[in-house]
Design a protein around this ligand. Structure first.
Ligand code: PNW
Length: 447
């Protein structure tokens, strides 16, 4: 990978964040508690015993943060709305002060001509709904659709896109399968039922928002990976096939084909979800875009102990294998199997143990990670995958869920004691990379 690839002239260059990870102000201006506020109250749940009470204090510093995005010359920003901020109980009364915050944020983005890409649900369910069963209760899907309708009504003409969910695989499997994430349930059958309710809620929300005819593009964000067998053995190949069916296809097939993948359904056996007549039709409807979050591949070994990936490009501070070509392979696999709408890479990035030294953070590993993944992305696009934009995760170091503040994904360093933001070398590099893409565009237009 010697020289930078060329992306289309109208390609969107952005950064991504989510509400709970950056906002703080957990109980300000009428916000209700979410399952993550509650989850953090048990310090054994979070590696550094931290919480989201202040986080990056973005609720008060959003102006500075928008200015940072603008100073990097980026033209798009992906963020999420905290449901409990705008509807403290997850149903019933709306909290105008909560909506006012997102109005202010959108005003600030408008001023800088930065397109807003909004996610409705990035894991912070109102605790009041959890108390009624959370995503295990079918009723939550209907409350979610009410919330989606109200947000689309208010903001559907102000934002470029609205995604229903961020990574429902994580909500289901890490939130309900192994208790790593809120609400901290460890039960395989629950996780599978939750995944169905999440998909159902996506479909119901799509229907509700469609009726409003808003200009915003409507879609969903899924975390995805390729699943490679560790060896050529039949056992490893079977393992990889099943992994792909239970993760990628489990969410893609219902949306694009109207049914769950047979292989996964069979493997789930009596843990298969309860599906009401008509559910699959609600889930299978046209989406305007698909958001793909890519971090690593799945490496599947049937051996005991399992073989681990060779990791020739190294691993990140999360212990995740760096595997750029997996992004090319994933996108080509998706294109081969599904009739896809335009894709956005809604998240890609890495955690590194960054050190602030003399006002500088030399995060070369992150620069290499992003550069190599952008090359891998370009390779997929050259082979016909239609991708409209790239959002680097993340703008800021932030609350990395059960890792707390110990893992830093930002291109901007945050000193949590002072809330001081410092651009890392990767931020300056990303600014220049995007600028170069723009210069190439101008050359193309000038000719
Ligand atoms: C995503 N996994 O989370 C989320 O969308 C972000 O909020 C998060 O900060 C980012 O990626 C980095 O972790 C994931 O274990 C968490 O497979 C875990 C997994 C995948 C994505």
């Amino acid at each position: 990978m010697t020289h930078a690839p060329h992306f289309p002239a109208d390609f969107a260059w952005g950064v991504a964040t989510s509400a709970f990870q950056i906002e703080g102000a957990a109980y300000e201006d009428g916000k209700g508690p979410s399952i993550w506020d509650k989850f953090c109250e048990d310090p054994t749940n979070i590696k550094d015993q931290s919480d989201g009470l202040i986080a990056c204090d973005h609720y008060h510093r959003y102006r500075e943060d928008v200015e940072i995005i603008a100073s990097l010359g980026l033209d798009t920003y992906r963020f999420s709305m905290a449901w409990a901020r705008v509807q403290p109980e997850g149903k019933g009364a709306w909290n105008e002060a909560g909506f006012a915050f997102y109005e202010r944020l959108l005003d600030a983005l408008d001023e800088k001509k930065i397109a807003a890409h909004l996610t409705l649900y990035h894991w912070d369910l109102p605790q009041a709904l959890q108390d009624e069963g959370g995503w295990l209760a079918r009723s939550t899907a209907y409350y979610f659709a009410d919330y989606a309708r109200e947000v689309a009504r208010r903001f559907g003409h102000r934002v470029a896109s609205i995604a229903t969910h961020n990574e429902p695989w994580c909500t289901a499997n890490l939130g309900h399968g192994n208790a790593q994430f809120a609400p901290g349930v460890a039960d395989a059958k629950s996780a599978i039922q939750v995944s169905h309710h999440l998909l159902l809620s996506h479909g119901l929300a799509m229907t509700a928002m469609r009726e409003l005819n808003v200009p915003a593009q409507l879609g969903i964000v899924l975390n995805q990976w390729t699943a490679d067998p560790a060896t050529d053995s039949q056992a490893d190949r079977d393992m990889a096939e099943l992994e792909y069916a239970c993760s990628v296809q489990w969410f893609m097939d219902p949306i694009f084909k109207g049914h769950y993948p047979e292989l996964a359904l069979r493997a789930h056996g009596d843990k298969a979800p309860i599906i009401y007549p008509g559910d699959m039709q609600v889930i299978q409807q046209k989406i305007d875009f698909l958001g793909v979050n890519y971090y690593f591949r799945a490496f599947c070994s049937a051996e005991n102990p399992p073989r681990s990936a060779p990791a020739v490009h190294g691993v990140t501070d999360m212990g995740w294998e760096i595997y750029p070509q997996g992004l090319t392979e994933l996108l080509l696999a998706l294109k081969a199997e599904y009739t896809l709408p335009p894709i956005y890479i809604t998240e890609n990035g890495m955690a590194s143990a960054d050190q602030l030294e003399h006002g500088k953070i030399a995060d070369e590993q992150r620069i290499a990670y992003v550069r190599d993944h952008l090359s891998a992305l370009a390779a997929a696009m050259e082979q016909g995958v239609e991708v409209r934009g790239y959002f680097l995760w993340s703008l800021l170091d932030n609350f990395e869920w059960n890792s707390g503040y110990s893992k830093r994904f930002g291109i901007v360093h945050v000193d949590y004691a002072t809330q001081k933001r410092t651009l890392k070398d990767s931020a300056l590099w990303y600014r220049d990379y995007c600028q170069q893409q723009r210069d190439v565009k101008q050359l193309r237009v000038a000719r």
